[in-house]
Design a protein around this ligand. Sequence first.
Ligand code: NAG
Ligand code: NAG
Ligand code: NAG
Ligand code: NAG
Ligand code: CU
Length: 162
Amino acid sequence: MIVVAVSVLECTKAEDYIVGGDSIGWTSYPPGGASFYSNWASNHTFKVNDTLVFKFEYGSHAVAILTTNNYEKCNGNETIESYVIGPARVTLNRAGWFYFSCTFSGHCRSGQKLSVEVITGNSSSAPRKAPSTSIPASTASLASTSLFTFLTTLAFNFLFQF
Ligand SMILES: *[C@@H]1O[C@H](CO)[C@@H](O)[C@H](O)[C@H]1NC(C)=O
Ligand SMILES: *[C@@H]1O[C@H](CO)[C@@H](O)[C@H](O)[C@H]1NC(C)=O
Ligand SMILES: *[C@@H]1O[C@H](CO)[C@@H](O)[C@H](O)[C@H]1NC(C)=O
Ligand SMILES: *[C@@H]1O[C@H](CO)[C@@H](O)[C@H](O)[C@H]1NC(C)=O
Ligand SMILES: [Cu+2]
């Protein structure tokens, strides 16, 4: 029961996500091309107030928020917001879709683009995958097993005392 309460808390608190993972980060020519960042995004569930961390070297890349239309055309000429200093932290401050790309010439076309859908982060909303920090199922069942053993022992001790 204690274990369950901890997992619920972890599901609702805001998380940081390093875009593309710690080793690849935010780069042009990601392994496998543009599908790399869509695969990365589909591995996570983003909720309001989570933060995306774009890891890149100043002067080598940048990151901008674009409209859907400009994102699809890889037009980085008009940005909604842009960040030139890496690592750039972008808080997903509303539900809905966000479209990102690098504004360096050719980088969007070579796959440095990311779209994410952000869901409202309250516990009653759509089911989501457990965050990577949650307690593994085996540990959880182990904990409840020892809790059960503990309570059983307690009950026996109680019975034998009277
Ligand atoms: C997505 O998750 C799968 C399964 O854990 C993993 O093999 C893959 O590398 C991940 N993809 C990205 C882009 O992080
Ligand atoms: C997100 O953060 C803002 C500012 O801290 C806060 O006012 C808002 O309630 C938060 N929203 C959610 C869904 O957690
Ligand atoms: C962006 O601006 C550059 C330089 O002004 C121009 O060459 C290019 O065609 C523009 N791209 C789009 C998609 O409008
Ligand atoms: C929580 O989710 C419910 C149902 O999906 C929604 O009606 C409500 O507005 C959400 N609350 C917040 C604070 O986003
Ligand atoms: Cu770039």
